[in-house]
Design a protein around this ligand. Structure first.
Ligand code: ARG
Length: 476
């Protein structure tokens, strides 16, 4: 902690000797407990929101004639000065003052004297902290949503570039059917679209103002909660004062939405790790997202992707952490709830890093088409096409067609060649009625081009899907 350049000896004694809530206490508290009880170490992050919320509260108190206009002006100027002190790193936070709310309020009294003591009229730290976190998280949700949108944009433009680049589509991590790289990338655009809508949804439910609920029961002062709600861009004040101070659903919803984002990004990260591995070698990751080994000179490790793959560990941890803190809490506020902040802050920090780094990797990665194609050919990916051909053209029941195709695959395996390389004669030995048109369905390009069902991988579809995705996700 920094040394106090603002606080006089008199003020330090004042803090030490009389806490804001010290009136009914006879002995001074012990240091270990002070440290344990304090949240200033982490809740100082909320200073902008705390000040924003206090200025509007004071304005409302003045409008309602609960304090004078003059006091409001002094409070507002004092708070703005404090904001500058904190931003300029000149403010000295004190553990003895417990949290951001009391650090700021004490400093306000320090700067403007008596009028500063009127700021906390008709409110409590319980409604204040709930409001501060909501304001803070609302901004972060908006930022994360925009970050995800630009990751979607990176994926969509890559998909457009590679709308017809052939690669193996996998099930069980075994070659299944040919798809295009563009189609594969657009799958993640869909996931991220759902993630964005979950964030928007969470923000909607979050957007009710707790301030004015006071400690838990409301207040006898003639306050105007609708004015404060309007000014702080909340949709409405919360309807029940007890619910308002004890609710942290919005934080749980946010971390659970973030958990799904983390799941999606970790899946993509795992694909990047696989695709960039020596065995696959489907893509080249941008160099600045990989690292070298301290001992093996040949290495280029996909560290950024691996970190993204690992981050769900802490994000799920944060979710379980917060849910466990909240479970079984009786109405209304309990100090337990101070433990909400670190999981929220850590989740925001982690998820932002994941999204931003993923965008960088997607922008910079380069596919290696020849390796994608050769992996594809080795996997007999057009076997399903042949079976479908036997059903539609030669009227063979699907079960039999499946077995016959299996025999053809076995032959190609024995000959160590691709299905496309088998001759008509070799095919006819197994299916006497097959003709040249049967050979055409074995061509990978034809297979992909035939997948024209809505949502399928045919390059023409992918082109349309890119257009649609731009409209659905990248507008405004
Ligand atoms: N630092 C506290 C928190 O984060 C602020 C609210 C304190 N309220 C109280 N009644 N002790 O939860």
């Amino acid at each position: 902690m920094k040394t106090d350049i603002y606080m006089t000896k008199k003020n330090i004694d004042k803090i030490n000797n009389s806490k804001i809530w010290g009136g009914r206490f006879s002995s001074s508290s012990n240091e270990l407990m002070e440290e344990f009880n304090a949240s200033i170490q982490f809740d100082k992050k909320l200073y902008i929101e705390d000040i924003e919320c206090s200025i509007v509260h004071a304005e409302m108190l003045s409008n309602q004639k609960i304090i004078t206009k003059k006091d409001y002006t002094l409070i507002k100027n004092g708070l703005n000065q404090i904001k500058k002190e904190i931003t300029d790193n000149k403010f000295v936070f004190s553990i003895k003052l417990e949290d951001i709310h009391m650090n700021i309020e004490t400093r306000l009294v320090d700067i403007i004297g008596e009028p500063g003591k009127k700021l906390h009229t008709a409110r409590s730290r319980n409604d204040q902290v709930a409001t501060d976190i909501k304001l803070w998280l609302r901004k972060r949700i908006d930022e994360i949503e925009i970050d995800i949108k630009s990751l979607q944009s990176a994926l969509i433009y890559k998909a457009e570039l590679h709308y017809n680049l052939l690669m193996p589509g996998y099930t069980h991590l075994q070659v299944a059917q040919p798809v295009t790289f563009g189609h594969h990338l657009l799958a993640y655009v869909e996931m991220l679209g759902r993630d964005r809508s979950r964030l928007v949804d969470c923000r909607k439910r979050l957007n009710e103002l707790p301030l004015g609920s006071a400690a838990l029961a409301g207040t006898s002062y003639p306050i105007d909660r609708h004015f404060v709600a309007d000014k702080l861009d909340f949709d409405r004040p919360t309807a029940n004062s007890m619910d308002a101070v004890s609710d942290r659903d919005f934080a749980v919803e946010f971390i659970s939405s973030a958990s799904l984002i983390a799941i999606h990004l970790s899946r993509l990260a795992e694909e990047l790790v696989i695709w960039s591995s020596d065995r696959f070698n489907f893509i080249k990751l941008p160099e600045n997202y990989t690292t070298g080994s301290s001992i093996m000179p040949q290495k280029r490790n996909p560290d950024a992707a691996e970190l993204i793959r690992a981050k769900p560990g802490r994000i799920f941890g944060n979710l379980i952490n917060l849910m466990t803190v909240l479970k079984g809490l009786p109405m209304t506020y309990g100090k337990d709830m101070q433990e909400d902040k670190e999981p929220i802050f850590d989740t925001v920090n982690s998820i932002k890093l994941c999204v931003i780094n993923m965008e960088g990797m997607i922008n910079g990665l380069e596919p290696i088409p020849k390796n994608m194609l050769s992996a594809l050919q080795k996997g007999f990916p057009t076997a399903t096409d042949l079976a479908d051909y036997l059903v539609t053209k030669l009227k063979i029941p699907f079960r039999d067609a499946h077995r016959i195709t299996g025999e053809i695959v076995l032959l190609a395996e024995k000959k160590d060649c691709n299905l496309e390389d088998l001759s008509l004669k070799e095919m006819q030995d197994i299916i006497p009625t097959i003709d040249k048109s049967g050979l055409a369905v074995l061509k990978i390009k034809n297979s992909v081009a035939s997948r024209v069902s809505y949502g399928g991988t045919a390059p023409t579809n992918v082109m349309n899907a890119v257009k649609e995705a731009k409209k659905r996700f990248l507008k405004d």
